[in-house]
Design a protein around this ligand. Structure first.
Ligand code: ACM
Length: 640
């Protein structure tokens, strides 16, 4: 990247008496005068339609994309700054990344030049940094394993063996499992020496594998002696997890030998607390290339997380090849100047985005299967469909007025329409291709944040409401999602969805319909009472885009407050669930929404170690959780 020619800095002014204001300052470093230009930027504190400006003219806004012009005849000389301010914004900034995330200047000759953006600073307040959110911690045993096993009784310790070597008699299938974990460890932490080996070496310790079909799925047992480690397992997943536990212990003992050792007597007996131990990843707001997704799956496996909830579509981009609807990835996967969709959330003027081909997805599915990670696809309908509608405008009701409602993220008319036949052809094709592509028994259909005004001015949707005697948006949404459920069931799959799928009368609960409780913890209990199976993913504890502290200089979102690593760790999803509903609670899940995650550094800062904390919540029984121990261990874990 060449040296930026322009820099955009912003300040938040909120003294309480008047509405908050954002001051923007564009400095010209181009070496020439800047005149007759336009500034475009992306930012989550959105200008309302009646935005007030000082020293600039508001041109337009589309979701987070804004354009402003200077007043007539403004010339910004090299090294000088053009300042303007705007009042009447949709949010009240709380953190440093709430200002412009990206932007560009359009010059007199029509060319576009990206600008660098600084943090949003706050005027008149000390602007503190959260500092270290992880204490030193305190081990309960001198070994390193996350998530912590459910029964640990190890007593004697030593420096680690050079490597653990498969004993004579190890089967080909078992050798394949050893190879998969050895390769996984090497991909994730090549800076540390090998942990596992198929052939003998002096200084190595014998690793004997014992199959015992009596052990539950995913369970394993380890017994330690000076000359040998015995790993007993019931199925492939249990074998995988036993080998991962051994690899964690080897890593700890090699990386920090004064703190962590390797056991020479005793045992570990381990099995997970929940069957659903997931993480979601939003690849729409930011696109993650295939190699990053592969590494993310590796990280899930390393943390014994077994479900990858892949959020493949949203307003900002559709990310999966659909052969029957090629424009989804031609026009619906790319933003920037000259495209159907303007820049959002970190993008500049250049084409930004991407998608996964079905062949790439097949490879990622196989990659996950080898490590006991199942991939559940999500296609978010009927709301969050700006990208779909940019690619296929014929999925709109032509008689619905433009921009008659806006989603919570500021997208106009972003729901596909349950009143037009083209919608059902689209659903049939997409769900058929997705069902054939993904072996997961669940297809997640989103269902979240459909604006309450959606479809109310669409004659086609009104006709359905009248015919079916439906009262308002929520009932029409439930009616539509019920039809989607029928389509998905024809393919032998089960519907997953966000908690709003239960609104307006909901959909059929039979056969394990699985809803993800995100808005607040109480919602999970309500869904279970209604008869849905539930995964707990409340924003207040498990949304990893949320800031980790209330201080200004932390990154992240704030609608659900903030979640320190300790809060995420100690949150108990089973909280208020009475015994008779506990069976409906299938597990827990992290959600990684990527609006704020515009660089890998921010991703890692937000996601770790809170993802590891959720992995421990999914695996480790409440009575075996221990925040100081987790804090003492979590620094060794790999990041993206
Ligand atoms: C969501 O956060 N809209 C599921």
């Amino acid at each position: 990247m060449s040296t930026p020619k322009f820099r955009l800095e912003a300040t938040w002014v909120d003294h309480g008496e008047e509405p908050a204001k954002m001051k923007l300052a564009l400095t010209n470093l181009s070496g020439a005068d800047l005149k007759n230009f336009r500034l475009s930027y992306t930012g989550l504190m959105r200008a309302k339609a009646d935005v007030e400006t000082q020293n600039a003219t508001f041109v337009k806004r589309f979701a987070n994309f804004h354009q402003f012009d200077p007043l007539d005849n403004v010339v910004v000389a090299d090294g000088e700054t053009w300042e303007f301010s705007i009042t009447n914004l949709t949010g009240n900034a709380q953190h440093r990344m709430d200002g412009p995330k990206s932007g560009y200047v359009t010059l007199e000759d029509g060319t576009h030049v990206d600008v660098d953006t600084g943090d949003l600073q706050i005027e008149g307040r000390p602007s503190e940094f959260a500092g270290n959110l992880i204490p030193e911690g305190k081990l309960t045993d001198p070994i390193s394993v996350v998530p912590w096993p459910n029964h640990v009784a190890v007593s004697d310790f030593d420096v680690p063996p050079v490597v653990l070597c498969a004993a004579d008699g190890t089967s080909a299938e078992e050798k394949r499992a050893i190879n998969a974990v050895a390769a996984l460890a090497k991909r994730l932490k090549y800076e540390l020496p090998d942990r596992l080996r198929l052939t003998d070496v002096p200084g190595g310790r014998k690793l004997t594998l014992v199959h015992n079909a009596v052990l539950a799925s995913e369970a394993y047992e380890l017994s330690f002696a000076k000359a040998e480690v015995v790993l007993t397992y019931g199925d492939k997943a249990g074998l995988n997890y036993g080998l991962i536990t051994l690899s964690h212990m080897m890593d700890g003992a090699k990386a920090e030998p004064t703190k962590f050792k390797f056991p020479t007597s005793g045992e570990i007996k381990d099995a997970p607390r929940y069957e659903w131990r997931g993480s979601h990843l939003d690849v729409s707001r930011q696109f993650y290339p295939t190699d990053a997704v592969e590494r993310f799956i590796d990280i899930l496996a390393w943390n014994k997380l077994n479900k990858f909830h892949w959020h493949l579509s949203d307003d900002e981009g559709w990310r999966v090849e659909i052969k029957g609807y090629p424009n989804l990835t031609k026009d619906g996967a790319v933003m920037g100047e000259g495209h159907e969709m303007p820049a959002q959330l970190g993008a500049g003027h250049k084409s930004t985005g991407g998608f996964y081909t079905q062949e790439e997805i097949k490879e990622l599915i196989i990659h996950g299967q080898a490590l006991n990670v199942e991939i559940m696809p999500e296609l978010d309908i009927p709301g969050h469909c700006n990208a779909v509608l940019a690619a296929y405008p014929e999925l709109r009701d032509p008689d619905e007025p433009e921009d008659n409602y806006r989603s919570i993220q500021g997208y106009p008319n972003n729901a596909i329409n349950p009143g037009i036949p083209a919608t059902y052809k689209f659903i049939e094709t997409v769900m058929e291709e997705i069902s054939d592509l993904f072996p997961s028994k669940y297809i997640h259909v989103g269902g979240d944040e459909v604006d309450e005004e959606s479809w109310l001015q669409s004659p086609a949707a009104q006709k359905v409401m009248n015919e079916e005697r439906l009262n308002g948006t929520l009932q029409l949404q439930a009616h539509f999602l019920g039809k989607v459920q029928k389509t998905i069931r024809k393919k032998g799959k089960i519907v997953g969805g966000w908690d709003e799928v239960s609104h307006g009368g909901g959909i059929d609960k039979e056969g394990g319909t699985l809803l993800f409780a995100w808005q607040k913890p109480e919602v999970g209990l309500e869904l279970a009472e209604q008869g849905y199976d539930v995964v707990m993913t409340p924003g207040q504890a498990y949304y990893l885009d949320m800031a980790q502290s209330p201080v200004w200089q932390e990154a992240g979102a704030f609608w659900a407050g903030y979640a320190s690593p300790e809060k995420t760790y100690t949150y108990e999803a089973a909280g208020e669930f009475p015994d008779h509903l506990k069976g409906r609670l299938k597990g827990v899940q992290a959600c990684i929404w990527s609006e704020h995650l515009i660089t890998r550094q921010v991703f890692n800062h937000q996601v770790f170690p809170r993802l590891n904390a959720i992995a421990e919540a999914g695996w480790t029984e409440k009575e075996n959780k221990d925040w100081p121990r987790f804090a003492a261990q979590c620094r060794l874990l790999p990041r993206l």
